[in-house]
Every structure is written in structure tokens, then in C-alpha cells.
Design a protein around this ligand. Structure first.
Ligand SMILES: C[S@@+](CC[C@H](N)C(=O)[O-])C[C@H]1O[C@@H](n2cnc3c(N)ncnc32)[C@H](O)[C@@H]1O
Length: 266
């Protein structure tokens, strides 16, 4: 699809979401209502937010270049361009609003472990880790140059217990799952294609239990991602699915009927 076609698709998706999405007042499930109150519609601030915001501010002015490796499905992994660190902070790192959602999700769900796919320079990883530093956390990244910067950020913010496994997801995901054994929360933010997203879902699923949550970033970014999200949220093994537009969340709670929600983040 052309760049213009993709942009038009994203605008259409956004408008449809705005029309259909609700708030806590449209939710009857006690579990999802609590998520609305304590995550999606919660205005509290935490110490971790200030530290990460300060790092974001400091690094957004950084003009030093970093090599970018294109890691799309089937690409040849050539080093073909460079971007400034400031550019990565502004355009690749998770927006602050949704970083806070990640933090609060971890704070509420208290996952036994955290898996991140797509470290980049470490911002989403910091939000995930800071909410529960005691949870074992592995973050996967295929580009060693950005992973190196993420490591510096993790050291700077006292988050050096996060393990970064560098390599293509196809090489690192299996061993990381084996090492975590049980995935409490997974955040998938890399290789946004239909096939890869379905593949990661199927690979992570055997390592989840009824308390686990899997988060897919950029579910409305392309037709392929939208198709993957529709398939995953419709899967009979998934109990609750929550579309926040920026990301989609799935849960496996036992003993409750399957339900799908579209909810606004305030
Ligand atoms: C959108 S960025 C992640 C941003 C990060 N989660 C944040 O919010 O700060 C996606 C990252 O996934 C990595 N990636 C994409 N496909 C990959 C693959 N097949 N194997 C390993 N890493 C991959 C890219 O190198 C890139 O750094």
C-alpha cells in the first residue's frame, strides 16, 4: 500500500474508533471497569514518570546519530540509514500518554514477569520496568546500535536488571520464553506485519496463564495489523480484548464470558 493509502487507512480507523469507543460508564465487567478507573482514566502521577520525562527531555535534543537496521519480515538486515537519537525519542519511542498506560497496567496487574519485543532505545521498557522492578524482564531488540543506547538509558535510570537479548526475534524469542517460563505481561512492539504478529501470539500463548496479558502496539497502523488484531481478539482462547486504538490488550481470565471493548484513554 502507498504511503498516502496507509495514511488514509489510519485516519479512517481513527475516526471509526472515536465514534465507537466508550468509557468506564459503558463497561459492566468488574475487571475491565477497574482497569478503566486505575489505568485508562486515571490521572495519578508516579515518581517513575518524572524520571522518564526528564530523560526524554534530555535525549530529545541529542543530535548524535545511530545506525538503523531495517528488520522487517524477510528483509536482508542491511544497515541502510542513520537517525539522530533525538529523532528516535520523538518519533519511535512510545508517546508519554501510552507509556503511562504501560506503567499503570504493570502496577495494577503485578505480572510475574515481563517480555518486551522491540526495545529500541528503551523508553517503553523503562515504563514497564519502573512499575514493578522486582519482576524479571527481558526485552528483545534486533538492532545492536539502538540496544546499546537502551542499555545506557537503563543504567542511567537504575533499571539495569532488564535483560536485553539482541538478535532477530526469530532467534531470541524462543530462548527468552524458555528462560521466563511464565509470561505475566508481554508487549509486542516490533515487526508489525500480519504474519509476524500472529506468529508471536501463537509462540507466546503456551507461556501464559489466566493472569497474563499480551499487549500489541499499533493495531490500527496498517490493514495487516488490523487483520491480525481482529483475528487475535476473536480467538476463542482470548477472553477479554480491549482496543485502546494505540494498542490492543488481551486477557485470559477464567470463568467469564468472552467480551471485546473499545475504550478511550483519558
Ligand atoms: C517501534 S520500535 C520499538 C519502540 C519501543 N518499544 C519504545 O516504545 O521505546 C520497534 C523496534 O523493533 C525492532 N525490530 C523490528 N523487527 C524486529 C525483528 N524481526 N527482530 C528484532 N527486532 C526487531 C526494531 O529494530 C525497532 O528498534
Amino acid at each position: 500500500m502507498s504511503t498516502l493509502g496507509k495514511k488514509l487507512f489510519q485516519v479512517k480507523e481513527f475516526l471509526l474508533f472515536q465514534l465507537k469507543a466508550g468509557t468506564k460508564h459503558s463497561v459492566h465487567s468488574p475487571f475491565v471497569f477497574e482497569l478503566c478507573e486505575r489505568v485508562f482514566e486515571d490521572a495519578r502521577s508516579f515518581h517513575g514518570f518524572l524520571e522518564i520525562a526528564a530523560l526524554r527531555k534530555q535525549r530529545s535534543a541529542e543530535t548524535g546519530k545511530v545506525k538503523i537496521i531495517e528488520l522487517g519480515a524477510g528483509s536482508k538486515h542491511n544497515i541502510d540509514k542513520e537517525r539522530s537519537v533525538g529523532d528516535l525519542v520523538k518519533h519511535v519511542a512510545i508517546p508519554e500518554k501510552y507509556g503511562k498506560v504501560l506503567f499503570k497496567l504493570v502496577d495494577v496487574l503485578q505480572p510475574c514477569s515481563i517480555l518486551e519485543m522491540g526495545t529500541s532505545i528503551g523508553f517503553s521498557g523503562l515504563y514497564l520496568h519502573k512499575a514493578k522492578p522486582s519482576a524479571p524482564m527481558i526485552s528483545l531488540e534486533g538492532n545492536p546500535f539502538v540496544a546499546h543506547i537502551a542499555k545506557q538509558h537503563f543504567d542511567q535510570l537504575d533499571a539495569n536488571t532488564i535483560t536485553i537479548n539482541v538478535g532477530d526475534f526469530s532467534a531470541t524469542l524462543g530462548e527468552s520464553l524458555e528462560s521466563l517460563k511464565n509470561v505475566g505481561l508481554a508487549f509486542i512492539d516490533g515487526n508489525h506485519t500480519y504474519a509476524a504478529t500472529i506468529e508471536y501470539f501463537e509462540k507466546i500463548l503456551p507461556y501464559t496463564d489466566e493472569h497474563s496479558c499480551i499487549i500489541f502496539h499499533d493495531i490500527h497502523w496498517s490493514e495487516g495489523m488490523r487483520r491480525a488484531w481482529d483475528e487475535i481478539s476473536g480467538d476463542s482462547r482470548v477472553v477479554f480484548s480491549i482496543d485502546l486504538f494505540e494498542m490492543g490488550l488481551i486477557f485470559f481470565n477464567k470463568g467469564v464470558p468472552k467480551q471485546h471493548f473499545l475504550l478511550k484513554v483519558k
